[in-house]
Design a protein around this ligand. Structure first.
Ligand code: F6R
Length: 611
């Protein structure tokens, strides 16, 4: 969702803010703005510049020599109020002395707005956020931190807030409740941002704020306190990501770069976690003893979107390989359906960002009922990672494109290791464990080979991208991959696509089949191959074009399909890795062909921090 960055220090604030917002643009890109304090002019309102559209529009509007060493910026993903200059952040109070930026949703803003309007406070925007600026102004008696804290008492909802006041040059105050904020500790300068990518160019020393905490910062110092006015001892963490990891490095967009990074990112997810000698996994972060793990009778996965698809694959593996009953739940459904927590269950919250509100709230609900929740996250220090009782970091590196690709295959890798861990505690033999690991070790190389289908997939995208509807069909462990292929195509090319279990099409969706509706078949190399071939024939018999993905030597499938994508042969249990890559490429090339903004598709934002 929205991105926030704040800066106080000796350097030109506007430049650092706009550059930081550019890094955060993947979080929201309908409008953006900055507010910068005027140097040496205590009492002069901060200068606010806002623009609708991309950060490039804002950059153009900000004078290159804009003075000022303290300020904040915001890139917006609209929730309350349309995409207009007035609704863009920062928002100010009537005097212009208070400026704020806000992520999250203030649920009681209508009541607060009504109350403020009765007192004669004029509103300029339709946002929920503007009330914060007016509340801070009303509560201000010479101390911005105290004014913000007094204002927070009136707010219901979620927030990451940053504010400045004209009478306190160089001071930034921030507060967090449900929307991430990270302090960046520099050398004689401080930053505050909604995620670390905005500050990576300036510092790697960070402090993650917890819900209920307020931070006050000046260039040389910062202080964190909690809701009870107690001072919090900050824990400084070191960000392991390199700056290059958030550059495009010669690729046309982040999604393309991230697709091609997968051999390396999968390698990172599994390396150091394979005990070849004993044929088992080494997952030190689970924080559960072997005895506790042995006592687990069922697994539940909580996730959203692509992470849910990874969970669906993971659950099939846990059942088939480890013989543990497992089910993946949509986080947004689980929280509100009064779930029964069965004994001896272990929950996994799966999230690339570690900030997805649906997943976070569902996980909290499970924990509140006494369930044990472990995390499978990419972003170190994210809220879900910190609130989990243990888990697995997938180490994909920063994922900037809105459409998730490399995080998905790394999440899969984590599930393969987990399935092995559980399997080796139950029925899987030492020898079978070693064979499983040998196949897993081959995955990065198989994915590298698979990437060679690039040009072929590009040609297919050219051929098919003008079709309005697609079906993606898979069975067994490839059914979630069909769902993922359809989601990728929808979100970045805006072509309607449905993912379906191939055996299910004759129960309804086959009515959609026509020469205008191509079907993408994922043909497994196992006992489900023949059934899938029958399903392909059913579609062909009704005039539907078929694109089939199968082992490269599968001549029968190649002869039936209109178009065939041959993939390196792997152990069928590991086909999710090789099958998903061409689907990612297909979505990418269709989007490119149709002139879509691949990294920043319409209406979407990375890291969905509102429900
Ligand atoms: C799709 C996509 C989303 C996310 C979902 C969960 O490409 O990126 O569906 O997978 O919003 O996000 P995380 O994994 O950050 O919890």
């Amino acid at each position: 969702m929205c991105g926030i960055v704040g800066y106080t220090g000796p350097r030109q604030a506007s430049r650092i803010l706009v550059d930081g917002l550019k890094r955060l643009e993947y979080r929201g890109y309908d409008s953006a703005g900055i507010a910068v304090q005027v140097d040496g002019a205590t009492g002069a309102p901060p200068v606010v510049i806002k623009r609708t559209g991309k950060i490039a529009e804002l950059r153009q509007a900000v004078p290159k020599d804009m003075a000022g060493h303290c300020g904040m910026g915001h890139t917006r993903w609209a929730t309350h109020g349309g995409v207009t200059g007035e609704n863009a952040h920062p928002h100010t109070d009537a005097s212009g002395k208070v400026a704020i930026v806000h992520n999250g949703i203030i649920e009681n803003y209508m009541a607060l707005k009504g109350m403020l309007e009765k007192q004669g406070v004029p509103f300029r925007s339709e946002t929920d956020s503007e009330v914060i600026a007016h509340l801070v102004a009303l509560n201000y008696e010479g101390d911005l931190e105290a004014a913000l804290k007094a204002s927070l008492k009136h707010l219901k909802g979620t927030y990451g807030i940053v504010c400045v006041h004209a009478d306190e040059p160089g001071r930034i105050v921030g507060a967090r409740n449900g929307s991430p904020l990270v302090v960046g500790v520099g050398d004689g300068e401080m930053l505050l941002a909604s995620d670390v990518t905005a500050m990576l160019a300036h510092t790697k020393r960070v402090v993650y704020l917890n819900d209920g905490e307020v931070v006050t910062m000046l260039p040389h110092e910062f202080r964190i306190s909690d809701g009870d006015e107690r001072r919090v001892d900050p824990r400084i963490d070191h960000i392991a990501w390199e700056l290059e990891a958030i550059e495009k490095e010669g690729f046309s967009c982040y999604m393309e770069k991230e697709i091609f990074e997968q051999p390396d990112s999968i390698e990172r997810a599994i390396s150091g976690r394979m005990d070849h000698e004993n044929g088992c996994a080494k997952l030190g972060g689970l924080n559960l003893s072997k005895k506790e793990l042995h006592g687990i009778e069922r697994v539940r996965v909580i996730a959203a979107g692509t992470s849910w698809h990874a969970g669906l694959v993971g659950c099939q593996l846990l059942e088939s390989v480890a013989r543990i009953p497992a089910a993946a739940e949509l986080a947004s459904e689980l929280r509100y359906r009064n779930p029964v927590l069965e004994p001896a269950s272990l929950y996994f919250a799966v999230s690339q960002s570690g900030e997805t509100a649906d997943t976070l709230y569902a996980m909290r609900e499970v924990r509140r009922r006494g369930g044990t929740v472990l995390g499978i996250c990419n972003v170190v220090g994210s809220t879900i990672a910190r609130e989990s009782e243990g888990g697995v970091y997938v180490h994909s590196g920063p994922e900037i494109a809105v459409a998730s690709t490399k995080a998905f295959t790394s999440q899969l890798a984590a599930f393969y290791l987990l399935a092995l861990e559980f399997a080796r505690m139950h029925d899987m033999s030492h020898h079978e464990g070693q064979r499983f690991l040998a196949a897993l070790r081959e995955v990065p190389a198989a994915v590298r080979k698979t990437l060679a289908v690039r040009d072929h997939v590009q040609a297919l995208a050219k051929k098919y991208c003008r079709h309005a509807d697609f079906l993606f069909l898979g069975r067994g462990i490839l059914f979630p991959i069909a769902l993922e292929g359809a989601l990728k195509l929808k979100e970045i090319s805006y072509i309607h696509a449905e993912g379906y279990a191939s055996g299910e099409i004759k129960h309804g969706p086959i009515a959609l089949v026509s020469p205008e509706t191509p079907s993408v078949f994922l043909v497994p190399g196992d006992h489900l191959r023949e059934k899938t071939i029958s399903n392909m024939k059913e579609i062909k018999a009704r005039g539907g074009p078929v694109i089939a993905l199968a082992d490269e030597d599968d001549e029968l499938v190649a002869s039936i399909a209109d178009d065939f994508i041959g993939l390196p042969k792997v152990d069928p249990r590991f086909q999710p890795f090789t099958m998903v890559v061409p689907l990612q490429l297909f979505a990418y090339f269709c989007a490119l062909e149709l002139g879509r903004d691949v990294d920043q598709p319409r209406n979407l934002a990375k890291s969905v921090t509102v429900e």
